[in-house]
Design a protein around this ligand. Sequence first.
Ligand SMILES: Nc1ncnc2c1ncn2[C@@H]1O[C@H](COP(=O)(O)OP(=O)(O)OP(=O)(O)O)[C@@H](O)[C@H]1O
Length: 609
Amino acid sequence: MSALAIAPTFLSDFTRLTPDVQLDTLAVMRAYQAGDQPGLESVAGAADPRVRVVSIAPDWSGVIVPDPDVEPGTEDAGQDEAHETPYRLLTVRPRDEALRYARSLRPEALPDTLVEAGTDPVDLTPIGPPELAGALSSPFAQWQITLHPDQHRITEAHFNGSAQITGGPGTGKTVMALYRAAHLAELDAAAHPGDTRESVLLTTYNRALAQSLADRLDQLLPDPGTRSRVKVATIDSLARSIVQTHTSTAPRMAGKDELAQRWRAVALADGLPFSGRFLVDEWEQVILAKGLELLPDYIRCERSGRVQHLAPEHRRQVWETVRRYVGAMRVEGLWSYPQLAGEAARVLGRSGPLFRHVVVDEAQDLHPAQWRMLRAAVPEGPDDLFIVGDPHQRVSDNRVSLASLGINVRGRGHRLRVSYRVTQEILDWSMPILGRRAALGMDDDADTLAGYRSLLRGPAPVVRGCESRTEELTALGEWVRVWLEAGVNPSEIAVAGRNQWVVRGVTKELEARGVPTTPLEGAGDTAAVRVGTMHRMKGQEFRCVALVGVSDHLLPPKAALEAAEGDQVALEHAYQQERTLLFVACTRARDALYVSHVGQPSRLISENW
Ligand SMILES: Nc1ncnc2c1ncn2[C@@H]1O[C@H](COP(=O)(O)OP(=O)(O)OP(=O)(O)O)[C@@H](O)[C@H]1O
């Protein structure tokens, strides 16, 4: 069986073909691999007699050439022999154009045209202005610590208090957080040479992001003495370690869904008119968020962001119920994440700050109790908190007003408007997904993406409509193969779906094709494609991203809409969260974005196109 490989230079042509021709191309490649080899035509008048064309569709042909290792002179080979020759597909074009191109290929040009597998597929990399060209063509890991000199200056600035950096996807916020932490560690080493404790906290949302920050920080701070001054931790692991150190017992954690389930059962048994989810949300988003400890304060408070109106007598009932359930959790030693952060804040309030500087990434998703913990973790003063985030990427229910939490960033805010990761083509396609609403900034102002743009140009996203799940998974498998053959490292490819069912299908498909996979949150395995849910895409970046199951029956998920129970405001809120999730997933791609659906595309994309 002989495969028809693709030349790395093929990919940029391929993404410009119409979906029909793309499918036809993949069918030819599949047929070739299955041994059912389509006829290759030699080209009359070709400068290189080894060049062939293959019919792709009635008016379209592919130009193929032998592997560069094959010696010239096989032009007289019979049909069978020709099929044993490993060929590579260079391009697919309208037939006349393909013939012209095939004739023009010169023998001495072929070895250059065919980039060996594993070398950088220059054509896939987006095009940027000359000053970015070096960074874009460098290895991906190297590019991931590149920063513009203007941004670099901000990371080394002295601030007379807390500072905040906001900006759309790919504007360099995370890398600024990294450089800021490194800079503060260096300053700290110079100012306190004898005190070697962890004095700088660099914190983020989940473990995968923390690991990625830690790895990159190792590169920025090669001196172990300076590096050891920075503690990299997720916000939850920080809360846990503070409480654990204080109580000498490891807290047992319960996520929101688990709590809602438990509380639902008890609420039902008690005959209460509230769902478990409502009670947990009320506790986390109002009582814990505002740090309320007394019923009169709860009765008086403004429940901003909450949909259902609650009269004072109902508030009394909720308060009493929550108090009882939380009491039961305490007996079990069970904590929710915001609750644990609130406890950590209280511990630090008594024992004093832990760090001299705190740097926060993905700040838009932190709960007010987590901010209280961070506020208590560092003394108020110059360069205390350096906060980076994007309110447009908020995927949690948390809303904060930093000022009300004792964090004042007025006059020390920077908005970044240039994306260095997401190409203008991907931005143009993804931005409408967000809808037209401004997001609420952490400094109480509306935050808009006005003026946000990219310096990079690349292929337009590919949207593939399929008739069945099998067809969708097959098309995905073929697409990933194209990326791999183009020389993209497997770990620089991510495939995501909205739910675990989609993710399982993707994993099975890729594994069956011999493409190793690993969870999106997994680190280290460079020989495996990353696969996971869209939630796990947050904060990450890849060369190529495929989103599967962007179908109307899956996205937005019915359960998310039903949870709104017909309430218009809650429904709009659920929609917005789904929009954000999809927008965040799309904007993880640097070089190529592929989106597929079965049947109708999700209304989140089709409403805009
Ligand atoms: N001047 C530059 N030239 C080339 N690459 C750059 C430049 N500035 C930043 N980058 C790169 O762009 C990428 C995007 O940066 P980063 O991940 O920090 O963005 P972000 O704002 O945190 O994105 P998101 O909000 O989507 O997570 C990084 O890999 C970074 O190295």
